[in-house]
Write a protein that binds this ligand. Structure first.
Ligand SMILES: CC(C)(COP(=O)(O)OP(=O)(O)OC[C@H]1O[C@@H](n2cnc3c(N)ncnc32)[C@H](O)[C@@H]1OP(=O)(O)O)[C@@H](O)C(=O)NCCC(=O)NCCS
Length: 159
C-alpha cells in the first residue's frame, strides 16, 4: 500500500469512496470536500494500491487563543480494503501532519453507532470527551474523541 498526499486528479476516486461510505446527512457535499482537500490548513492523505485508491483521510488545523488544534474531518477506507491496517496507517499520517503543523491536540466527531471507527480511535489512544445530540441529524448523536499530541520532531516534515 502506498501512502501519499492528495493531488488534484485524486478528486473523482476520492469522492466515489465518500459516496460509498456515507449517505446524506453524513456525507460531505462536493464543494465542501473540494475546499477540504485543497486547504490551506488541511492535509489530505491517500492510500492507494496498484493505481486504485483504497482510502483517504483529512485533518484540518486552526489556531485558537495562541494554540493550534487539529480536527479529523474524515477517515474512509473502501469496503474491500478494510481490516488490513489502512485506516490505522491513515490515522497515523493525520496525526503526524497535525504535529508538524504544531497541534498539541487532535479531536473528532464520530457517529455514536459507528463501532468500527470508535474501536479504531480508542485503540489509538483517543479518549471520549463528550456527546452531541442531534449532531448529524435529529436523534443522530455524535461522540467527541480527543488525543494529546507530542511536539513534532523538527527533523521530520509530513505536512
Ligand atoms: C473505520 C474505518 C476507517 C476503519 O478502517 P480499516 O482500514 O478497516 O481499519 P484497520 O484495519 O486499520 O483497523 C484498525 C483497528 O480498528 C478497529 N476496527 C476497525 N474495523 C473494525 C470493525 N469492523 N470491528 C471492530 N473493530 C474494528 C480494530 O481495533 C482494528 O484493529 P485490528 O484489526 O488489529 O483488530 C473503516 O471501517 C471505514 O472506512 N468505515 C466507513 C467510513 C467511516 O465510518 N469512517 C469513520 C469516520 S469518523
Amino acid at each position: 500500500m502506498l501512502y501519499r498526499l492528495y493531488q488534484p486528479e485524486d478528486f473523482s476516486p476520492l469522492y466515489a469512496i465518500e459516496e460509498a461510505c456515507f449517505e446524506p446527512p453524513l456525507r460531505f457535499g462536493r464543494a465542501d470536500m473540494r475546499r477540504l482537500v485543497r486547504g490551506p490548513g488541511t492535509a489530505a492523505w491517500i492510500a492507494a494500491q496498484d493505481g486504485q485508491m483504497a482510502g483517504f483521510a483529512i485533518v484540518e488545523w486552526t489556531r485558537e487563543a495562541g494554540a493550534t488544534i487539529a480536527y479529523i474531518q474524515t477517515l474512509e477506507v473502501a469496503s474491500n480494503q478494510r481490516r488490513q491496517g489502512v485506516g490505522a496507517e491513515l490515522l497515523r499520517r493525520l496525526e503526524a501532519s497535525a504535529q508538524s503543523a504544531g497541534a498539541h491536540l487532535i479531536w473528532l466527531h464520530v457517529d455514536a453507532e459507528n463501532f468500527p471507527a470508535i474501536r479504531l480511535y480508542e485503540a489509538h489512544g483517543y479518549r471520549r470527551e463528550g456527546k452531541e445530540d442531534h449532531y448529524y441529524a435529529r436523534s443522530r448523536p455524535a461522540l467527541l474523541y480527543a488525543k494529546s499530541l507530542e511536539p513534532a520532531d523538527p527533523r521530520a516534515s509530513t505536512l
